[in-house]
Design a protein around this ligand. Sequence first.
Ligand code: HEM
Length: 396
Amino acid sequence: MIALDLDLTEPLVHARADMAEFWRIQRRHRPIFWQPGTAAASGFWVVCGYHAAAGIYRDHVRFTSQRGNVLLTLLAGGDSAAGDMLAVTDPPRHTVLRRLLTPALSRKALCALANPIRDRTRRLLSDRVGTGPFDFAREVASRILIYTICDLLGIAERDHELLVTLTKQALGSEDAAQPRIDAMAARQEILLCLLELVQEQRRQPAGGLVSALIAETFEGAPLTDDQIVTNCYSMILGGDETSRLILTNTAQAFVADPSLWDAFGEVTDLPTAVEEILRCFAPTMHFGRVARTDVELPGADIAAGDIVTLWNISANRDESRFPSPDTVRFDRKPNPHLSFGFGPHHCVGAHLARLEIGIVLDELRGVTRVIRPAGTPRPLYSNFLHGYATLPIELA
Ligand code: HEM
């Protein structure tokens, strides 16, 4: 019998095998509940039902993102980038800032990236067919995605590998024993790299998002170095780990269940399949808000100032929204998953993520039909991301 009072701030809790059962029971009996605080951290609301979560995502009037949007920052009392970084800025400032970033990430602008992503992926994968075990997470997934973000920002190829390493450390999720200080140092190093990039491109524009932001104005003035760095940083953090992990999680699911791999091989409507992959394997377990006013919801009297966390990992399996939610159906339509959030903060990188997932998995099934486990994957330790840090496999 699973305990219903698990501490959701504890990373090890999320690696438990019975978490799906935990969420199923919570959805049935209390789709919104209060997790009590401890001496070290305040309590917070846990929203695990689909409809309540979608409603709160949409409601930027009663729920603010400016005091953080993940447990780490919400419990720390706020995010130092609030009001400057897209994800932790409320409308109307958010709307203006978002307009500066969306052109580079529009479906049309991304068309130019499709071929380079496909070429890189094909090279990486075909080199590994029939050559023995390798780590899919580190040798494939981590490379393709960070390289694309770097291209988007205009970061030189020589710095791509450094950024792969730093982004992994920055979220501190790979190793249960990694000290917090290492994650902070990695974050500082990324910010410094980006500051140098901005200063370099102020002298000599090189194209890409950084040059575009330098040329823009925000509320009547040019963007400051800090504003540009902050938003480029959010692209790296928002874009790299999420997309890398969804690929790793999906490949792990294929390895664990050969019938799923066979079914994916038969898929003809790839965009529809990608939506189901997003629903089932997205690594971001929750996002969050702070209530600006008292809000009454069924079963919850939320007080102004309360932290409210929205558990996509549960909402995406809500039986009242998705028929047979625990079955992966590559032809599921409609598929209104919350993996990219909902409302004003809906993931600005969603088109890029869809493009990358579609291309990488399509190339994977194109290079081989034989994918085998080659060791035990190492799970992540995080209360925000779930999935695998390593995935030893073999392609034959
Ligand atoms: C926002 C998930 C890929 C950059 C979000 C949000 C979610 C999300 C749920 C909303 C957060 C909130 O409401 O507080 C994902 C997932 C991805 C992915 C699951 C991959 C599978 C990307 C990529 C980029 C990116 C590729 C960058 C190129 C961002 C940014 C925001 C955001 C900047 C803030 C948007 C705003 O506040 O208006 N993402 N994301 N994400 N994402 Fe993504």
